[in-house]
Write a protein that binds this ligand. Sequence first.
Ligand SMILES: Cc1ncc(COP(=O)(O)O)c(C=O)c1O
Length: 400
Amino acid sequence: MKATRHPTKYLGEEYRRLVREHLNWELKELQTANEPVCKVDGRQVILLCANNYLNLSTHPKVVDAMLEATKKYGAGAGSDRSISGNMTVHEELDRRLARFKNAPASLTYQTGFMANEGLVPQLCGRGDLFVSDELNHGSIIDGVRLTKADRAIFKHKDVEDLARVMDEVAKHDPPYNHIWILTDGVFSMDGDLAPLPEIAKLAEEAGAGVYVDDAHGEGVLGEDGRGIVSHFHLRRDQVHVEMGTFSKAFGVIGGHITGGEDLRNFAYNKSRSWLLSGGVPPGVAAACTAAIDVLETEPQHVQQVWQNREYFLTAMQDLGFDTGNSETPIVPVMCGESKKAKELADFIWQKGIFALPIVFPMVARDKARIRAQLCTKHTKEQLDRAICAFEEGGKKLDLI
Ligand SMILES: Cc1ncc(COP(=O)(O)O)c(C=O)c1O
């Protein structure tokens, strides 16, 4: 018997459906380095949608480290780290990250997505439970989907709802063997923070593990950008996995986890994404180590990104924009329906400002927004231009 729909037909049909329903991604081409002013699709624009919060992707120390390590060790690791690709630069990066995080051990992965998708499914199986914030990142959701564990969802950042879930969990018969509470540290669509101390307390009462994805918190929160665990002054025995990525504030690429020695040993022996995929190129590992070095020795980058965030946020709020629940350099400019968010993004694009509209299904239908992301190297003049463009567009679209 033949399949009813052939791939040559349905791939195109599905794509056209996405286009019809305005759900398709339209890729823009960045033609220069990722800097506050750059060239995109032939147009010079102010970039307000980069994860490169500290602009380390072009920091001379980071770039030089990448070049030097590439010359010395070659363009690629030549193998999975689990086979013969575990180079000195990888081990050095793992050690340096653990030291930066004031933790016993870290393990770096090829990407943050691979860290979550590789480790999460190993933590729980049948007879276990994941408890997850409803707005967690897709890589956590996919990781959970790979298991046979039970799942419970709590309302976004809602400690009371989490307590309710944990009360229910306590009644489960037979008791769960392992329970993990999973949460983003900074939620990437809203720029708000997980109530991590309260989560840790409820976890402790239930004998559960705490797993925090700090992809957007690192480099921004805590002492010299050490992340959310440092920000809330939590102990390592309160947060068992602190996950992160080098692709955002660190300006390079690569995922990582931090915790105890047992976590590291468990993670690299069990994560299929780590075991069965190539190690990052040595230049990448060296650049990540250099980025850590910059964070340890040049605190001005973190200070400046916060100043820029305050400047932009205050100006936008003074204009009457709804900036949601932002607590970080991610500042949502709430627009309501998707159409308005797209129109505002198009309007500011015409004025030379590049910021991303975030629309359904990434957020609820009535919660479309433009997500502005501030970085260290934005100047006041650039931010003023962006604010002016938002003001004009906001008035035109009756948002302010
Ligand atoms: C919260 C969160 N976790 C994980 C990831 C994945 O990180 P990476 O880019 O290193 O794969 C992202 C990236 O979008 C993210 O926002």
